[in-house]
Design a protein around this ligand. Structure first.
Ligand code: ASP
Length: 299
């Protein structure tokens, strides 16, 4: 069975195939993966990702094992790797993991029979978020190639920015960053930093990010963040009529995005959430069939 840890492991053909399969899963309720089991290990808080992975597994007919970090032996000091080996020995087919650390590096040499799906790991990557963002853009614009996407905010601490850049570059999209000097990083290559006010008038997609306070060594506030780097009313009015607004959630209203922008028809945040279920169905299905691009299960 295959695992999905990073967007870097997917080639263009596989990304296209996953998006196509996700699209065909949008209204699918069946039992394509009946008899397979999944456990969700969420060591960091989550609403959208956790629930949509659960919904995805249910809509494929999978069996979901009950696991709560608080009630588990993790609380007695068991390591993530020992916990995973235990779950693997029980015979679970797939584990979905969210963790504050860079667990892919830890697991690289571990021999597990089950598949692993990265549901967000530290500042490393969040591959299913990038896939659902891509599906949302593709549905709106028809194709990804040639689009300009501006990602705004706390780039340095964002696993969402990383996975999006890796995916969008593969698909022929121009990605640019905007935001505070303090949130710049040199770790993501080939992305230009631009002035937000200029970018907002030209971009096809404005992707706003939450400030990742939980990943900052020191707590620091940037004065008038909303006025300087938020999608406020003035910038909303400057956006193109055919552009869209994305945000991975959770949104801090009137910090990254004003109420008017949240209510604007160009705001596709709930479409992203809906697409998250279909994309995660496609990813679970892909892992369980060994990562191969076989014919669409739902077709
Ligand atoms: N939900 C996204 C993540 O887990 C974004 C965020 O938390 O700001 O990375």
């Amino acid at each position: 069975m295959a695992s999905l840890v990073s967007i870097k492991q997917l080639d263009v053909h596989t990304i296209e195939w996953l998006l196509q399969n996700a699209q065909s899963f949008v209204d699918y309720h069946g039992d394509a993966r009946k008899g397979y089991s999944v456990v969700h290990l969420f060591f960091e808080p989550s609403t959208r990702t956790h629930l949509s992975f659960q919904m995805a597994a249910q809509r494929l007919g999978m069996e979901i094992l009950d696991f709560s970090i608080d009630q588990s032996s993790v609380n007695k000091g068991e390591s993530v790797i020992d916990t995973l080996q235990t779950i693997d020995a029980i015979g679970v087919d797939l584990a979905v993991i969210r963790d504050g650390g860079d667990w892919p590096a830890l697991l690289v040499n571990e021999k597990l029979n089950m598949s692993l799906v990265n549901a967000g790991s530290g500042t490393f990557e969040h591959p299913t978020q990038a896939l659902l963002d891509a599906l949302t853009m593709q549905q709106h614009f028809g194709s990804l190639s040639g689009l300009t996407v501006t990602i705004v905010g706390d780039i340095a601490h964002s696993r969402v920015a990383r996975s999006n850049v890796y995916l969008l570059h593969k698909m022929g999209v121009t990605v640019q960053f905007a935001g505070p000097e303090a949130y710049k990083t040199t770790h993501i290559e080939n992305v230009e930093w631009v002035d937000f006010d200029e970018a907002v008038t030209q971009s096809d997609v404005i992707m706003m990010l939450r400030i990742q306070h939980e990943r900052h060594a020191e707590h620091y506030e940037i004065a008038d963040y909303h006025g300087r780097f938020g999608l406020n009313k003035a910038r909303l009015n400057m956006m193109r009529k055919d552009a869209i607004i994305l945000h991975p959630g959770p949104v801090n209203r009137n910090v990254e995005i004003c109420d008017e922008a949240m209510a604007d028809p160009r705001c596709k945040i709930l479409t992203q959430v809906k697409n998250g279920v279909a994309v995660r169905m496609a990813v679970l299905d892909w892992c369980l069939q060994g990562g191969s691009d076989e014919k669409l299960v739902s077709a």
